[in-house]
Design a binder for this molecule. Structure first.
Ligand SMILES: Cc1cc2nc3c(=O)[nH]c(=O)nc-3n(C[C@H](O)[C@H](O)[C@H](O)COP(=O)(O)OP(=O)(O)OC[C@H]3O[C@@H](n4cnc5c(N)ncnc54)[C@H](O)[C@@H]3O)c2cc1C
Length: 445
């Protein structure tokens, strides 16, 4: 922080700097104590130069007089003056407008308090079963968490396959993993209502689905919490998120914004979208903070790089899928490839299932998706194409990368390079079909 700047942080709840990404692991019992989810404790933060004001909600911003109205519980509203303001109000979980979504026992999960309430209700009701609406990454992390707690889990998803952030062919592997672990999965199933049924909840969906559960978790996405800035006159961008420039400045003078409340510049599409992820939130917060005290930092853009664990699988993606690249004006070729995560003669080798997407004309890498075993270093492997796309590397250059090798962890040609070679081979053949499955020989070594 600039040595002369004094920073006050208003936090609506009691949980500054908590990792809400860790909530599924606390709710599932893998993380024992929710206090461990704090990136930094209140004591750590107090020791820094920050002045924390917990349970204090900003209700209005008067840009002309540089003044915030804030409220703490039932206390009278207070006016707080600022020189520079950063707004990072995050996102709120979507509660669809359907009958019954406000019934007791129907939950959403995004904030710490929502996690405590969900945990409490499961215990209080002595819940045996839970129905999750939405098979995105949070819904699936929670499916695993509920299984760890011994609950019967049903997942209902409107789309044809689970985890729609990856291609359906990869999503079907995730569905298989859920099923093996006892999760009942219903895709192509659109929830229409939730009703109270004795002590339980009955969920009805089209076509022809009705099932009762003790608890329902709605996990159908988030929307940016941009109302505070919108009321202050800030311009909004993609999906109602606050519009910011590359330095995270809003359209209002001396007001910056960062995190899930703002839209995201996509590095490949070169246009804003909405990608609410912790990784980008941290980077953009840093940019906003630097610039608010006179810096000149810019956000380099997001590729939507992400990874999720579902039982024994890890699923990751970066960049664009074929359909997204096509919509973005590229002429993509996507090639499917499977290769072992390490030398098959060494125990516990598993296949990595990949999709490589690159531009037909230039061979510029546009995207990569990987599904593999949780021990297959999927999370760190996806960072290689992520870095390559960031740097504008083409597919052939992936083969030139000097990647590490030892039999328990990889192969002389890493699985990723085998994927790149599969793309090149397919590109040379010049097939008209955009997606071709291929399996490649094991390299020696
Ligand atoms: C269950 C779950 C799992 C996730 N897993 C991952 C993951 O694995 N990887 C990943 O990259 N991302 C993940 N995310 C997303 C990630 O957590 C968010 O992108 C990130 O927390 C956004 O940070 P933020 O600071 O913008 O918002 P938040 O972390 O939501 O913080 C917003 C803060 O603003 C406060 N606030 C809101 N309005 C006001 C107001 N008017 N006045 C004062 N304070 C206010 C809130 O109390 C809150 O403290 C996950 C999210 C969830 C819910």
């Amino acid at each position: 922080m600039a040595p002369t700047a004094r920073a006050s942080v208003l936090v609506a709840d009691r949980f500054p700097n908590f990792s809400i990404c860790g909530l599924p692991y606390w709710l599932g019992g893998e993380v024992r104590d929710w206090q461990q989810l704090a990136h930094r404790t209140v004591a750590d933060l107090d020791e820094s130069a920050l002045r924390l004001r917990l349970e204090t909600t900003a209700t209005a911003i008067d840009v002309a007089s540089k003044r915030i109205t804030a409220r703490r519980g039932d206390e009278p509203a207070e006016a707080i003056d600022y020189d520079r303001l950063i707004v990072a109000t995050g996102a709120d979980p979507v509660r669809p407008r359907l009958p019954g979504t406000d019934l007791p026992g129907v939950h959403v999960l995004h904030h710490m308090d929502q996690a405590f309430t969900l945990d409490h209700v499961i215990r209080e009701r002595d819940a045996r079963s839970v129905l999750i609406i939405g098979a995105g990454y949070i819904g699936l992390e929670m499916a695993e968490a509920f299984c760890h707690r011994g609950l019967e889990v049903t997942v209902v998803e409107r789309l044809p396959e689970v985890l729609p952030t990856v291609d359906p062919g990869l999503g079907s592997l995730v569905r298989g993993e859920l099923t093996v672990h006892g999760v009942a999965v219903h895709t192509d199933t659109t929830v229409r209502s939730i009703e109270a049924a004795a002590e339980r909840l009955r969920v009805r969906a089209d076509p022809d689905f009705a099932e009762a559960a003790d608890v329902v978790l709605i996990s159908v996405g988030v929307r940016p919490n941009s109302a505070l800035l919108e009321r202050a006159g800030a311009e909004l961008g993609s999906r109602g998120a606050v519009a910011v420039d590359s330095g995270m400045a809003t359209s209002l003078p001396d007001v910056w914004a960062a995190g899930d409340c703002v839209h995201t510049h996509h590095r490949l599409l070169a246009e804003p979208g909405y990608l609410p992820l912790g990784t980008t939130a941290h980077k953009r917060g840093r940019v906003a903070g630097d610039n608010a005290v006179g810096g000149r930092r810019t956000f380099a853009g997001s590729l939507g790089t992400q990874v999720v664990r579902v039982f024994d699988l890890a699923i990751a993606r970066t960049g664009l899928r074929d359909d997204e690249a096509r919509r973005g004006g590229f002429d993509p070729l996507t090639v499917a490839c499977t290769a072992p995560d390490h030398k098959p003669y060494y125990p516990s080798a598993h296949d990595l299932h990949m999709r490589w997407t690159a531009d037909r004309d230039t061979a510029r890498l546009l995207g990569c998706q990987i599904v593999g075993h949780r021990d297959g270093q999927v999370a760190k492997r996806i960072d290689i194409p992520a870095a390559a796309i960031f740097a504008g590397v083409n597919v052939d250059q992936i083969n030139d990368l000097d990647l590490s090798y030892t039999p328990p962890f990889g192969m002389p040609w890493d699985a990723l390079q085998i994927g790149a070679q599969a793309w090149i081979a397919e590109h040379l053949v010049g097939h008209a079909t955009p997606t071709v499955a291929s399996r490649h020989e094991q390299p020696t070594g």
